[in-house]
Design a protein around this ligand. Structure first.
Ligand code: NAP
Length: 300
């Protein structure tokens, strides 16, 4: 069966192109979006995320500022930094890079970010909005995964969807986003008795587990859309490293109707959604200020 590879880089470029005009309008109104990234400790994966985000922000003409703190920083100190950014009208979006060292509570830090500056869509208020079918701004990876499914042109109403993995940042929000669009959603996890029984029923299969090769061709319905969110580094026999998803791309591509590659699928769209959230956040703050002080108020 012939399949279509869903090209995340092209989808991301198109999204960024659309954002540039909105960013210019906001800048003209005195509300230039400005992202502040907080990272803690010296984690090479985080440095890679930050470099990627910074590069993508430049493409969207969004200001991006990095703040790095030592791994020994305490929860109270970080909370004070976040409160300072919440109070600063020139900061329109706050990104808390993951992971943070184990002595810090990521949940409490995320919840301390003002919901209007929550560009990652991870604040309990943002997650709650999705449950209430307000889908404009949500967790970036989940939003990106759904965006890629939309590229197939499949109608979401009544679509049989299976989501494998139910983490708070990926699997659960994907399920809520799709339920809001009218899909029939089954969520699988490590206690699911027979994963293949569920995955084979899916018109659209989302996989967010972190286990290379978890999904093979015999677990996929012919013609299905397969969205692979997993990111795994595997060692090849020659000793080199390679990044792969959770789906065995070579075998599944032979049966799927659409499939996302790793890398180059969900990843780039995730960063583009972060930039879109940054624009939505800045726009909401502008409206909020204008509702308090009247139109034409400029900050910074
Ligand atoms: P996570 O918090 O570790 O969650 C993994 C999920 O997989 C859990 O819900 C777990 O269920 C489930 N699971 C574990 N073993 C399973 C099995 N054998 N069968 C079915 N489900 C199983 O990970 P995450 O943060 O959601 O990330 C998942 C993957 O996506 C990782 O590879 C991560 O690197 C990648 N990711 C990619 C992006 C991107 O932008 N592309 C962003 C974020 C994450 P239980 O809780 O029941 O054990």
């Amino acid at each position: 069966m012939s399949h279509v590879v869903l090209n995340g880089r092209a989808v991301a470029e198109a999204m960024l192109e659309q954002l540039r005009e909105q960013v210019a309008n906001l800048r003209g109104a005195g509300w230039a979006p400005r992202l502040c990234s907080i990272s803690v400790g010296d984690v090479s994966a985080v440095q890679l995320y930050v470099r990627n985000q910074k590069r993508t922000a430049e493409k969207a003409e969004i200001q991006f500022e990095e703040s790095s703190f030592p791994a020994t920083i305490q929860q109270e100190q970080l909370l004070a930094i976040i409160h300072g950014m919440n109070a600063d009208p020139r900061v329109t979006g706050i990104i808390l890079q993951r992971p943070v060292p184990p002595h810090l509570s990521i949940k409490q830090l995320q919840a301390a970010i003002h919901p209007l500056k929550d560009v990652e869509g991870m604040h309990p208020a943002s997650i709650g909005n999705i449950v209430y079918n307000e889908l404009e701004l949500g967790p970036c990876t989940a939003m990106a995964s759904v965006e890629l499914l939309k590229q197939t042109g499949l109608g979401l109403a009544g679509l049989e969807v299976v989501v494998v993995g139910h983490s708070e940042i990926v699997g659960k929000p994907i399920a809520f986003l799709l339920m809001a669009e009218g899909a029939t959603v089954t969520v699988c996890h490590h206690m699911t008795r027979n994963l293949a029984v569920h995955s084979r029923r899916a018109d659209a299969l989302f996989v967010a587990v972190g286990r290379p090769g978890l999904i093979s061709a015999e677990m996929v319905k012919p013609g299905a859309a397969v969205i692979d969110i997993g990111i795994n580094q595997v060692m090849l026999p020659d000793g080199s490293a390679r990044v792969v998803g959770d789906v065995d791309f070579e075998s599944v591509a032979g049966i799927a109707g659409w499939i996302t590659p790793v890398p180059g699928g969900v990843g780039p769209v995730t960063v583009a959604v972060l930039m879109r959230n940054a624009v939505i956040g800045a726009t909401r703050q502008k409206k909020h200020y204008e509702s308090l002080f009247g139109p034409g108020q400029v900050v910074g």
